[in-house]
Design a protein around this ligand. Sequence first.
Ligand code: ATP
Length: 279
Amino acid sequence: MTQTTPHRSPGAGPAAISLRDATKRFATKSGDPFTALRDVTLDVAAGEFVSIVGPTGCGKSTTLSLVSGLEPASAGTVHVHGAAVAGIPDGVGYMFQADAVLPWKNVLDNVALGLRYRGASKTAANERARDWIERVGLAGFEDRYPHQLSGGMRKRVAMAQTLITEPSLLLLDEPFGALDVQTRELMQDELLRLWSGTGAACVFVTHDLTEAISLADRVVVMTAGPATVKDVVTIDLPRPRKVEEIRLTPEFIELYKQVWDSLREEVEITRARGASRVA
Ligand SMILES: Nc1ncnc2c1ncn2[C@@H]1O[C@H](COP(=O)(O)OP(=O)(O)OP(=O)(O)O)[C@@H](O)[C@H]1O
């Protein structure tokens, strides 16, 4: 189950993302730096889907911040497509739990936004946006504003908004966390459908082990904070996957046990710390 570093699929191509002993310390008011992440070593290949799970507050989002260039590493290295990360690398697409759709723009303008920022003409951007709106199942809703859409529909807009720029790195931070269970499963299937064949390296942070396993080629289990990689579990389930079906298979249940066995200890450590703080 556990691989030795660097954590990487056998036979995979050159790493799209490569962290080596990446450590992140934040300055604090007391003057003592707070270590959020320590010695994280991880490779993600182009076209690979990696889920990151770990106890609450351990440093999962911070890992994404290092890859996206939002935060510099305090020690160690972070490379994207072979180049050291300094600022936001080209080709990064980000999706968070909170919608990034702009309430004052309609669906068409929201989806076209990324291309417009990159200098595409309105006609060209709108044409591509209409295509993506169709791909995410929202044809006919181009003129609607975000408040006129359901949570799942807004998530579809966010997906189209992210994918229209054809990112080579897709960083997803609990993107479906706020959705009801049925919509969430639907969106997971949609994400796999839209991502498959794009060649994008995908890093997906979630608290939900079922979601992590259903989507990924590998699940990275992080330790209690400051987080480092504890285990990497290879998810050798066939693709294409239908998430609601694959979850019922004995292979899936076995993988779930493996991931949970690894994670449980870290969750207990985190809970014990929380209890000692309020004792
Ligand atoms: N800018 C910052 N300044 C100081 N501390 C920070 C900063 N960003 C994150 N932290 C701290 O770093 C630790 C890791 O945070 P992070 O958000 O990466 O955890 P997480 O695993 O994504 O959390 P969750 O599971 O709750 O989503 C936390 O203790 C957090 O308070």
